[in-house]
Design a protein around this ligand. Structure first.
Ligand code: NAG
Ligand code: NAG
Ligand code: NAG
Ligand code: NAG
Ligand code: NAG
Ligand code: NAG
Length: 651
């Protein structure tokens, strides 16, 4: 061997060694009370964005706006039920492409605080848990129930290896990973469950991964939510006593970084309750207090986005959240810059550099105007195309899950066993309509039963008359002990004193029928709608309409909002995409966000509406309208009032 060759070998050895020395690291520094990133003290100022609530085409725009606000990290949840709708079938494509989302974060220069669940709360159906877990009727969710754990282990065995590839120390953007979610607010307080999760996360993510928990800033929450080996953080909103809140964290973590994992620049909504508004002045005041003491913070939500389709959750007493998850955030549902955004940016500027350069503008909105709608058939007249498998006959009514259906609508049919000449109560004595039932007798609307709100209606009819009960799942409870939220007729209906029996039950594939255009093929209703006053109530009915995007206007299609003047409640699809629920008669949300990518400039755009109560169509006006301005704070038809930032109040 010559000296020359030896030198080359040495150099070759040095190169990988140098690479090794710069391997990224992220950890907790218990001496200096901060995080350490690549050996340097580090503080994050982060914002929440849920990829599941934003169309993939807009991920980059929203992330850029977050980056330009001065954030150095984002926080996101992984909703299990979004990715595993059917046990063992995983979907990470399109709007579910988690890896693409993480890659974008990294490309833009944002670190990621990952919250993979398995439970996420998030005002998301069942807090992200798949409804099929309820096939075991008495399953204890979020506990060491063996069936629950087996499903969690399988899912995490799929998800955590993906997350591992994107950990900071492996060259990715993920700096910390949350285990469970505010577990201290849950009744079970099962330490074996938390220990199991902790071991599971460690197994897949390794010893170096920074794992953490988040709980309300009170010792009562931290008691069951925190666990040795998982860094405990807290959450609280504007107006909180910041000193006292972090004292709670210090009680569990005497040293290490102070972290508010959910600081609320806005708050959630419920149908029938006033739109939540959080004043910018209160947000910036408390944010400044948090940053001033060097604490880490995540603004939940920085952009809320949309509960498209059926994805909204609900709180207790049963109150489902609307389609919009705008959250009065610094970026609106549609990604628009607000006065709150700029005010927050100014606060951040006092503590760190905010990127220079051009801020991506709010996307333009276009008012496509009114669209004439045409009545199609009722749900009961369309069963041939809505129910592929045909009906199931049962003595007592099954739940959605017993029908193998998670979301949407199920039709329960029976006949009146006796003549009801006088008004006779048709009731759900045990409050078993989950969540709303539209009832007709021989095709004529007879009334609505609603969970917690309307447990009985009076009906009339002859023995043998057909009783149609269309039950709507309005979203599963996502917080507290009510998350085992079965849907459908979960208890018997009674007629007078007798239990109604002998049901014919149709599982309905409305979304599939809409996207395949089957409803149009089945034609319009035979009963023509002449100009008569609108009935108080009609059986649930489909409507369709189409519009063409005008030529000659540059930059179309643009985002828009759809509203339903004089319509009551229902579901809307645009070109087969389930945009969400509308309910202007209850409020506060009036307009639904329609992102531009759903629209076509080359062919006509198709709107399908399932109106559940009554349309304005029989009175002559039969229009829906596209506007350029969102209305999320319409008048409400409801009494219940909840407090801002108070999670006890959602229980
Ligand atoms: C905030 O909490 C701290 C610590 O518990 C307490 O000393 C202080 O008086 C509180 N401030 C206010 C304004 O209540
Ligand atoms: C049903 O009719 C009875 C007797 O007329 C009446 O007392 C009751 O209030 C009615 N119930 C409803 C829900 O309208
Ligand atoms: C319905 O009523 C029948 C007869 O009273 C009872 O056996 C059955 O358990 C009830 N089902 C439900 C879901 O309440
Ligand atoms: C329900 O169906 C069974 C079997 O077909 C029949 O014997 C019974 O009379 C029916 N009950 C009612 C109330 O219609
Ligand atoms: C709307 O429906 C028409 C007729 O069925 C179809 O030709 C057209 O492609 C549809 N538009 C879109 C954007 O899917
Ligand atoms: C709704 O919000 C808009 C815009 O912030 C405001 O101008 C309007 O007064 C609000 N309406 C109600 C009913 O609160």
């Amino acid at each position: 061997m010559t000296p020359g060759v030896g030198l080359v070998s040495v150099l070759l050895l040095i190169i990988p060694a140098t690479t090794y020395a710069t391997t990224p690291t992220f950890s907790v520094d218990y001496h200096r009370n901060c995080f350490l990133k690549d050996g340097e003290p580090f503080r994050y100022i982060s914002g929440s964005i849920h990829y599941s609530r934003i169309p993939r085409v807009y991920w980059k725009d929203r992330l850029l706006k977050m980056y330009m606000a001065g954030l150095n990290a984002i926080q996101t949840y992984v909703p299990w039920n979004f990715h595993e709708a059917v046990p063992g079938q995983y979907d990470f494509s399109g709007d579910r492409d988690l890896e693409q989302f993480l890659q974008l974060c990294q490309d833009i220069g944002l670190l990621v605080i990952m919250r993979p669940g398995p439970y996420i709360c998030a005002e998301w159906d069942m807090g992200g848990l798949p409804a099929w877990l309820l096939k075991k009727k008495d399953i204890v969710l979020r506990s060491s129930d063996p069936d629950y754990l087996a499903a969690v282990d399988k899912w995490m065995g799929k998800l955590l290896p993906i997350i591992k590839r994107y950990l900071y120390q492996n060259g990715g953007p993920i700096i910390t990973v949350q285990v469970e979610n505010e577990y201290g607010s849950y009744f079970a307080c099962d330490f074996n469950y938390m220990r199991h999760l902790s071991q599971l996360f460690r197994f897949y993510l390794g010893e170096e991964a920074v794992l953490f928990t988040t709980d309300g800033a009170g010792l009562g929450y931290l008691k069951c939510g925190s666990l040795q080996g998982l860094y405990a953080t807290v959450d609280f909103g504007p107006g909180a006593n910041v000193t006292a809140a972090f004292e709670a964290q210090r009680h569990v973590e005497p040293r290490g970084p102070l972290v508010n994992s959910e600081f609320y620049p806005g708050w959630l909504d419920h149908w029938g309750e006033k739109h939540s508004v959080v004043p910018t002045s209160a947000v910036v005041k408390t944010l400044n207090e948090i940053l001033e003491i060097g604490a880490n913070v995540n603004l939940y939500m920085f952009i809320g986005g949309t509960n498209f389709g059926y994805w909204n959750g609900a709180n207790t007493p049963y109150g489902p959240q609307p389609t919009s998850y705008d959250y009065d955030s610094p970026l609106t549902e549609a990604g628009d810059l607000t006065e709150k955004y700029f005010a927050i940016r100014e606060v951040i500027k006092m503590y760190k550099d905010v990127p220079e350069g051009i801020l991506p503008p709010s996307t333009p909105k276009f008012a496509y105007g009114k669209v004439q709608m045409k009545k199609l058939k009722t749900v009961s007249e369309t069963l041939d195309v809505l129910s592929f498998s045909g009906p199931v006959k049962t003595l007592y009514p099954p739940t959605f899950i017993e029908m193998n259906q998670a979301f949407g609508f199920v039709l329960y049919q029976t006949v009146l066993p006796v003549n009801c000449v006088k008004p006779t109560p048709l009731s759900s004595p045990l409050n078993g309509v989950h969540d709303r039932a539209y009832i007709s007798i021989d095709g004529t609307a007879a009334g609505i039963l609603e969970r917690n709100k309307a447990l009985s209606i009076n009906i009339t009819g002859k023995a043998g008359s057909r009783v149609d009960v269309l039950v709507e799942n309005m979203g599963r409870i996502n917080y507290g002990k009510g998350i085992n939220d079965f849907k459908g007729l979960v208890f018997n209906l009674t007629l007078g004193a007798d239990v109604l029996v002998n049901w014919t039950v149709y599982s309905l594939s409305v979304d599939e029928a809409v996207s395949k255009g089957l409803l149009l093929a089945s034609g319009s209703s035979s009963t023509s709608s002449t100009s008569t006053p609108p009935p108080a109530l009609s059986p649930p009915t489909f409507y369709t309409g189409s519009f063409i995007i005008p030529d000659g206007i540059p930059d179309l299609p643009q985002d828009t909002y759809i509203q339903f003047p004089d319509w009551r409640k229902g579901q809307v699809w645009i070109n087969g995409f389930n945009v969400g629920r509308y309910w202007p008669s209850r409020g506060p949300q009036i307009t639904l966000f329609v992102p531009a990518h759903l629209l076509s400039t080359s062919v006509q755009n198709n709107i399908t509406v399932l109106e559940l109560e009554a349309s304005p169509c029989s009175s002559g006006s039969c229009m829906v309208e596209f506007t350029d301005t969102p209305i999320l704070n319409g008048t409400v038809n409801g009494q219940y009032k909840r407090q801002l930032f108070n999670k006890q109040d959602l229980f």
